[in-house]
Ligand binder design. Structure first.
Ligand code: BG6
Length: 506
């Protein structure tokens, strides 16, 4: 992120998206490319080549994307700009397991290079089901598409989930390294690309007032919540295999935790930042089977009712889900970090589908002052609340500090007030970027800061492996255990209440 203040255009390249007919491409990747073009961050010589099984030509593919692009981009959409750039999107049908497809890909890339003047820089984006990651990387290697020269780079972005446990993640890293060097591999976690997550670093390390109290002396505990109102939608086959632990905790929530809890890096260089994030992940106290029972909660949504009275169906009744599925759609857990900074400070993580609303936030609950002298009378005592710093990741973007203030008038009554920073008051953004914009741009520029090194992924799986094992060995008998459109099972509240806390907003 060397060009933080004056971003330059990303260099010319062809972005090859495997899984071009899938949901991720339509909902996130193409809108991100559109947003990058709007911000003039792409060279006019950046082209996209989509590849997937569906038989269609480029023209049909463009029409398919054009239908929904406006709704996925949102307010910042501009039809003229879409029309002016749509011919940079190309398509070829191919079979990811067939060597012949990679020869065709090679020819097609040469044609695009000649037509659009792209100089042979290729970014391969694997937006496919995880079972294809290894085979695509291997076939690209065999086709000679991964070799770099002084003037041409080749990079690969791997979507999550990166493996489904420690063993498979190691295996995948091994397979990738047979065709790509580590510097060519970009393991993506789109939460790290979100502006509000990156801003945690700016907030912590760019302000003299923050770091002084960012430790166990002043902080009671930390809550990280990623709540979704959507259910499983049309992703049954993926989700039945994944579940919330693999889908969200193994990557997004631990990524946010690593940014909140890392030590200040000694520079803003990629390796310095990634090393500190790795160190803090390694310092999380490991789980054993007893700790899994005590410190984790799993849930699955039952039938429920939306606020407007509309019924919501139980996970087990969603299309493609087994009637007796034990896949978790909700996880809450308590983690402790063995470091001088965080000794004794619990970190509570929570994520779930079909919660009442979609929001992601980090709550830092501060300890009370050492001598709370306003505690003499009952009314004052009840009104006194802990200070909360709330880092709002989405959909509202900003930071709030809740604190106690004297109510005007006679007596000395105290009530809770809030100071807020809202992105929209300061920054002119028509659409909140999804995180993919930053990450695609960084990858084109060769900046690995916000991508994960192999070590990071393996440390996360090592931490979660005992949970995966314990849950598999002891299937729960209480699923489904929370109504759709609720905040999760009661055990998630008990996880905090037995430590004397409660989820913010509960
Ligand atoms: C994806 C998960 O990685 O993140 C989805 O696979 C989840 O299940 C999504 O819905 C959430 O992303 P965001 O940016 O909408 O919070």
């Amino acid at each position: 992120m060397s060009e933080l203040n004056q971003p330059q255009k990303a260099p010319p390249a062809v972005i090859v998206i495997f899984g071009a007919a899938g949901d991720l491409t339509k909902r996130k990747l193409i809108p991100a490319l559109f947003n990058l073009t709007s911000q003039a961050l792409l060279s006019t010589q950046v082209a996209m080549l989509g590849i997937d099984r569906v038989e269609q030509d480029s023209e049909a593919y463009r029409q398919h994307l054009s239908k929904d692009i406006e709704s996925y981009v949102g307010e910042g959409f501009n039809q003229k700009q879409w029309d002016a750039n749509v011919n940079n999107l190309h398509y070829m049908s191919g079979d990811f397991r067939n060597a012949e497809s990679y020869q065709q890909l090679k020819e097609r890339l040469l044609q695009i290079d000649q037509q659009q003047g792209t100089p042979g820089n290729y970014l391969f984006y694997l937006a496919t089901p995880p079972s294809f990651f290894g085979v695509i990387a291997t076939e690209l290697g065999k086709a000679g598409l991964t070799e770099e020269t002084d003037h041409q780079w080749r990079r690969i972005i791997i979507e999550k989930p990166f493996g489904r446990d420690l063993e498979s993640a190691k295996e995948l890293n091994k397979t990738l390294h047979q065709s790509f060097a580590e510097h060519q591999i970009y393991r993506i976690d789109h939460y790290l690309g979100k502006e509000t997550v990156q801003n945690i670093m700016a907030y912590r390390f760019g302000n003299g007032t923050v770091e002084a109290t960012w430790n166990h002396r002043y902080i009671d505990h930390v809550q990280i919540t990623v709540a979704e109102s959507l259910g499983v939608e049309d992703r049954a086959s993926y989700y039945e295999e994944a579940g919330a632990l693999r889908d969200m905790i193994a990557n997004h929530l631990l990524a946010v935790l690593s940014v909140v809890a890392m030590e200040p890096p000694n520079s803003f260089a990629a390796e310095a930042i990634r090393d500190e994030q790795l160190k803090v992940l390694k310092a999380i106290q490991p789980f054993d089977s007893e700790k899994v029972l005590e410190n984790t909660v799993r849930g699955q949504y039952a039938d429920g009712v939306q606020e407007n009275g509309d019924p919501l169906s139980a996970y087990r009744n969603e299309p493609g889900i087994a009637d007796d599925s034990y896949t978790e759609t909700f996880v809450a857990m308590k983690l402790m970090i063995d470091s001088w900074r965080w000794a004794g400070v619990p970190f509570y993580l929570r994520t779930g589908k079909r919660m009442p609303e979609r929001y992601s936030e980090v709550v830092i609950q501060y300890k009370p002052g050492p001598n709370m002298m306003f505690q003499g009378e009952s009314e004052r005592r009840t009104n006194m609340r802990p200070n909360h710093l709330v880092i709002k990741i989405q959909p509202d973007e900003g930071i709030n500090m809740d604190f106690n203030a004297k109510q005007p008038g006679a007596g000395f009554n105290v009530s809770r007030v809030s100071m807020g920073f809202d992105y929209k008051d300061y920054f002119n953004q028509s659409t909140a970027p999804s995180g993919y914009e930053t990450l695609i741009y960084d990858c084109l520029c060769g900046d690995v800061t916000l991508f994960k090194h192999a070590d990071n992924i393996e440390v996360c799986w090592k931490l979660l492996q005992p949970i995966l094992d314990a849950w598999q060995n002891q299937p729960t008998d209480d699923f489904p255990n929370y109504p759709a459109s609720s905040s999760g099972p009661k055990e998630a509240d008990e996880l905090l209440s037995r430590d004397g806390f409660s989820w913010k907003g509960a």
